[in-house]
Design a protein around this ligand. Structure first.
Ligand code: CA
Length: 224
């Protein structure tokens, strides 16, 4: 089992690292939210243990950016007196939570349940009309032809595809695709959409990536 632990309290992080490694898990540690986000997006873990209060980027924001592109099971670690955080965590797509302090055996049991569930629900492909996105191979195809995309373009396409039929504002897209600490202007989103459209739509006669004036963008199949 490949696990990412995002926890800034070194004592807890060490304790989890030792315990999980002893159980035969392969564990990566991140001590702040930005490192955690980077690893969570780059590497496919079986499960992520995510502390809610983190320096750099809080656990909730990290979870939201992860959920835009991946279904990796996430268990959140929360403080006892922060009930509203747990609710927000679950709403943002956490699969489970544990209240600190927790016992290692309880965490282990929850992790085992989550990884079984995770494998069952795994989505490996998204289709929008004649466009197919392979989330495992990180490749996109339209009408059988491979579309060459940069990592950011692939992420942008995946975000739009996960919300297919929904209009996403430039702000929403910027938050989901770009680092929240990176000052993304609306223009950056416009330029990226234009590039993506030139790759996924224009060569195939259009029909998928639409601009909704004054609102944003939507990916959906419409007759050209
Ligand atoms: Ca913390």
């Amino acid at each position: 089992m490949k696990i990412l632990v995002v926890e800034d309290e070194l004592k807890i992080a060490d304790y989890l690292y030792k315990g999980l490694t002893e159980q035969g898990c392969s564990v990566d540690l991140a001590h702040d939210g930005l490192d955690g986000q980077h690893l969570a997006l780059e590497i496919d873990y079986d499960v992520i243990v995510l502390d809610q209060m983190l320096p750099g980027l809080d656990g909730l924001t990290l979870l939201q950016s992860l959920r835009a592109v991946k279904d990796t099971p996430v268990i959140m670690l929360t403080a006892r007196d922060r009930v509203e955080d747990r609710v927000r965590g679950l709403q943002a797509g956490a699969d489970d939570y544990l209240i600190k302090p927790f016992s290692f055996m309880e965490l282990l049991a929850r992790l085992q349940v989550l990884t079984r569930r995770g494998r069952r629900q795994e989505t490996t492909q998204i289709r929008v009309g004649d466009l197919t996105i392979d989330l495992v191979a990180r490749k996109a195809f339209r009408q059988g032809a491979r579309i060459d995309l940069t990592a950011k373009e692939f992420m942008l396409l995946t975000v739009l595809a996960r919300h297919q039929g929904e209009v996403l504002s430039k702000t929403a897209i910027a938050e989901l695709v770009w680092d929240v600490n990176f000052d993304t202007s609306a223009n950056v989103v416009e330029v990226a959409i234009k590039r993506l459209r030139a790759k996924i739509d224009t060569p195939f006669g259009g029909g998928l990536l639409h601009t909704v004036r004054g609102m944003g963008y939507v990916l959906e199949e419409r007759p050209a």
